[in-house]
Design a protein. Structure first.
Ligand code: OXD
Ligand code: MN
Length: 589
């Protein structure tokens, strides 16, 4: 039997790169992860002994642990995130760019000897099902045991990655060191031409679980352009009708806008016999299949979701998913070793420790759980995990949905006229910012296809790639736009959201199967009331429906004007088709 931490790969490229990085970082030990249960036990015990993890009440939360991050390190930091492509134009105006050689020099300078007195963990991981032509392998070197234990939830971690890679050299090279968590020395740098990531100075999930945003989206989008597929910030779900018909959709919403809730939706009682199955809640890799349809996989194997607001009304399946084998970060800790957050089921506790470890009572001014506190939970815990979630072929996508958080202007739902119009709707997506990224919460910003922080190359070229994909997909999915967040003049939400979003989903599914007609509006095809099921909705009738679907020409002229800002910033690469779409929209208003 091997000892924990012994190397299990013979891949020469991996061994020589790990040797090189070991010489650079000078750790006291190198621990090669294999992904086994024994290894998990050893590392968890060590993390608890060092105070990195706190063991939670195992009767209430079996297999669950608690982590507090440094208070200066609680969200993705877009200002410290760089795309170090050969030229600044390749990165484009929506990314921070630095010349690759300069950035390597700076970061390798910071990494030099940075792991002295620490262990370097070699974390092999597979993004996507074993044997799928869409899957990719990454190796993350890290000095954070929290990263290792989170990576084994979020990705297929361990020997499975070596098995998928075999002797090939096309693995992503990821180097992560926490340094001293000083925000002035925090960089998340991507080198698309080398399939390499270097992340220093942070220990927050989105900055350091390198399979997720860094590989699956930023580097992934570059690989997707080169190889002819799509790497998107989208959930994937399957809708099953009472007759057993299954329809898969993928949906792009910005961070913390309810992708996890939508992916695990429980249909309201009125939709008896309907079921929603989750394939993924955050990332979607899609490629045309042999039958001309677009096939999607979820490259991840866990959910890194926002905790506050999770309860049995907003997301009963998430509540079950996070009841075991979950790592909680920055929520509040109860005296009996349970966890708490704002919006949790049950009473507000009389007393607890807040996310910083300070005593908290209901009188406290600050929130007990950080608004971006997170769970990392394995997808196998999800009671509605789609049986096809691990299928190497992926699932066939019938609809793509774009959506933002918009208090005004945007109707609940419309269907775009065709692929190019759909790309325009996605490209001009706007959303009010959330706590998932540091700074600016509440402000409206353009977040094209929810990829603003995640597109690893020039956004104009990304739009071009989307337009080009149309020719490669013989049977393209229909493209829709939704907005769950519209409010009336008094600031009251017009739509209940959550499970009731099933009504929108049903309309989308019926449109995909050509079962219902729709009204041609200036924005696209919109639902006729007779095709949109509102039965059983509390205080919701035709009047509310019309309000929710209203398209105000005045608001839309402002909207198009505000889209101009993005278009002007991208003028050097913006496909002219999108300008034509803007003109067509104006002519319809
Ligand atoms: C996430 C994000 O963590 O988008 O998924 O920020
Ligand atoms: Mn996300």
């Amino acid at each position: 039997m091997k000892n924990p931490g012994e190397r299990t790969t013979k891949n020469k490229e991996i061994i020589s790169w790990v040797d090189e990085m070991t010489r650079l970082c000078q750790p006291d030990h190198v621990f090669w992860c294999d992904g086994s249960e024994e290894e998990k036990d050893v590392l968890t015990t060590e993390a608890v002994a060092k105070g990195i993890l706190i063991k939670l009440n195992q009767e209430k939360l079996p297999g669950c642990y608690y982590h507090r991050s440094h208070p200066n390190d609680v969200a993705r930091v877009e200002q410290c995130t760089f795309i170090c492509s050969e030229s600044a134009e390749d990165a484009g105006p929506t990314n921070n760019w630095a010349p690759p050689q300069e950035m390597y020099q700076k970061l390798y300078g910071l990494c030099k000897g940075a792991m002295k007195g620490r262990t370097m963990y070699v974390v092999p991981y597979l993004m996507g099902p074993l044997g799928s032509p869409l899957s990719k392998v990454g190796i993350e070197l890290t000095d954070s045991i929290y990263v290792v234990l989170s990576m084994r939830i979020m990705a297929r971690m361990g020997n499975i990655a070596y098995e998928h890679l075999a002797e090939r050299n096309d693995f992503n090279r990821g180097l992560h060191t926490m340094l001293d968590l000083n925000p002035d020395r925090r960089y998340i740098a991507h080198f698309p031409q080398d399939n390499t990531i270097v992340s220093v100075g942070s220990n927050y999930g989105g900055n350091v679980l390198l399979g997720k945003k860094c590989l699956a989206l930023r580097i992934g989008s570059c690989l997707a352009r080169k190889e002819g597929w799509l790497a998107e910030h989208m959930l994937i779900l399957g809708v099953e009708s009472p007759a057993g018909e299954k329809t898969y959709v993928a949906a792009a919403f910005p961070s913390a806008c309810g992708k996890t809730n939508f992916a695990m939706l429980v249909p309201p009682p009125h939709f008896k016999g309907w079921k929603v199955w989750t394939v993924g809640d955050d990332i979607c890799w899609m490629k045309p299949g042999p039958d001309g349809r677009l096939y999607a996989i979820n490259p991840e194997s866990g959910y890194f979701g926002v905790v506050p607001g999770t309860n049995s009304k907003s997301n009963p399946n998430a509540v079950k998913t996070i009841s075991r084998d979950t790592v909680y970060t920055n929520v509040a800790l109860l005296p009996d070793g349970d966890v708490w957050w704002e919006g949790k089921d049950g009473p507000v506790p009389k007393e607890c420790l807040d996310w910083k470890g300070n005593k908290w009572t209901p009188e406290s001014k600050e929130k007990a759980a950080h608004p971006n506190s997170r769970f990392a939970a394995p997808m196998v815990n999800n009671p509605v995990l789609d049986p096809q979630a691990d299928d190497p072929k992926g699932v066939p996508i019938s609809a793509l949905i774009f959506g933002g958080r918009r208090a005004s202007t945007m109707p609940l739902v419309f269907e775009t006229f065709d692929w190019i119009h759909g790309v325009y709707a996605g490209a001009t997506m706007g959303s009010e910012m959330t706590a998932a990224a540091a700074g600016g919460a509440g402000q409206l910003r353009r977040d094209p296809m929810a990829m603003l922080p995640f597109c690893g190359y020039n956004m104009g070229d990304y739009f071009r790639h989307w337009l080009t994909m149309r020719k490669r997909i013989k049977n393209p999915p229909r493209i829709f736009h939704v907005n769950w967040f519209r409010k009336d003049e008094s600031g009251t939400s017009l739509w209940p959201g959550f499970g009731e979003n099933m009504r929108v989903l049903k309309w989308i599914v019926d449109r995909c199967h050509g079962r219902i007609g729709a009204v041609e509006s200036s924005l696209g095809w919109t639902p006729r009331l007779e095709d949109f099921d509102i039965t059983g909705l509390d205080r919701f009738g035709p009047e509310q429906f019309n309000k929710l679907q209203a398209i105000e020409a005045k608001e839309w002229k402002q909207e198009v004007t505000s889209q101009e800002e993005l278009f002007i910033s991208l003028h050097a690469t913006l496909p002219k088709e999108l300008l034509f779409q803007k003109e067509l929209l104006l002519s319809r208003l």
